[in-house]
Design a protein around this ligand. Structure first.
Ligand SMILES: [Zn+2]
Ligand SMILES: [Zn+2]
Length: 347
């Protein structure tokens, strides 16, 4: 009889159920991974609640989850880099490997990327996954599966610092102190930033930013963020501004916060398709705009920084749930209950 495994399957907005599916089949280049920990991402919550993000619409039943780690249980005949028993982080996007973007080392732009939990591709809230072995990264023994599942959100922050051209001693302001903002915070510190100013409106998140090494925190509900950053930077503004909150207001604020000739890095995805920006002012002040989407060729670097204590993502981990309690995990994540930041599901 065919072996069955358990998965949480989203059928329509708000309707997600624990069901049985077939054990995945391995291709020669795949490893079979027993999934151990999966972080709940804002995108998972969006699909769960609204059934769509922009043009990505959940039409067929979908397994969510893309921040994950696990243990290799078997490998296809062509796999050489991992073996059964290895503890691994899974990189959730598999590009086509053939297009211009893939060949130019920018595979995050690949139009044919198969990305976990982005319709129509299933994610990792499931007991076992077959996954191309070259997108699995061995974790050191010192790293827990929960930390392993934090590599993906950290990779988003770390990749944005690579895109930014950040240099040691530069002052940095980060809009948003959610999982990505705090990941960017750890990344810019590891890259040698001087002042690191975290801006948010939620006090407990600002407290977390302070714990994680922000030199200054600003509650944008209490102070004008632009003015406050200028006061902290000799009236000039920050050399680099990272926007991770993804709201029209914070995106517009980047220009107020950055110094003349400085760099704005946009990673947050706002719900609106278009946002009004002061372009003439930005040209006259030579503001550089850099965008950053997901990541590319960076998981090994992210794991190295975590393994050697150059960054510490553990404070992000606020809640853990057993697999059977996945719906509760989504509820806590969606409503940020009990000051939740990153909610982890252990499978
Ligand atoms: Zn995510
Ligand atoms: Zn491609």
């Amino acid at each position: 009889m065919e072996k069955k495994i358990k998965a949480f399957i989203l059928h329509s907005p708000g309707d997600m159920r624990l069901e049985e599916i077939a054990m995945p089949q391995l291709s020669p280049d795949d490893a079979l991974v027993k999934v151990k920990s999966v972080g709940v991402c804002g995108s998972d919550v969006h699909y769960y609640r609204n059934g769509r993000i922009g043009s990505f619409i959940v039409k067929d039943p979908l397994i969510l989850g893309h921040e994950c780690s696990g243990e290799v249980v078997s490998v296809g005949p062509d796999v050489k880099n991992v073996k059964p028993g290895d503890r691994v982080v899974m990189e959730p996007g598999i590009p086509c490997r053939k297009c211009w973007y893939c060949k130019n080392g920018r595979y995050n732009m690949c139009p044919d990327i198969v990305f976990m939990a982005t319709p129509p591709h299933h994610g990792s809230m499931v007991e076992y996954m077959a996954w191309p072995a070259d997108f699995l990264f061995k974790m050191p023994d010192s790293m827990s599966f929960q930390e392993g599942a934090l590599v993906e959100p950290f990779a988003v922050g770390l990749f944005s610092t690579r895109r930014s051209g950040l240099y040691p001693s530069a002052s940095v302001a980060i809009l948003g102190a959610g999982p990505i903002g705090l990941s960017a915070l750890e990344a810019v510190k590891a890259m040698g930033a001087g002042q690191v100013i975290s801006i948010d409106v939620i006090p407990n998140r600002l407290e977390l930013a302070r714990q994680m090494g922000a030199t200054h925190v600003i509650n944008a509900k209490e102070k004008n963020a632009g003015q406050a950053v200028k006061e902290l930077t000799n009236g000039e503004g920050a050399h680099f501004v990272f926007e991770t909150a993804g709201s029209d207001m914070t995106i517009q604020q980047t220009v107020e916060i950055v110094r003349d000739g400085g760099t704005v890095v946009l990673l947050g995805l706002p719900p609106q398709l278009e946002i009004k920006m002061p372009i003439v002012e930005s040209v006259i002040r030579e503001v550089n705009f850099v965008t950053s989407f997901r990541y590319c060729n960076i998981f090994e670097e992210a794991i190295t920084l975590m393994a050697h204590g150059k960054v510490n993502l553990k404070p992000l981990l606020t809640h853990e749930f057993a697999f059977k309690d996945t719906l509760e995990a989504f509820d806590v994540s969606e409503h940020q209950k009990d000051s939740a930041v990153k909610v982890m599901i252990n499978i």
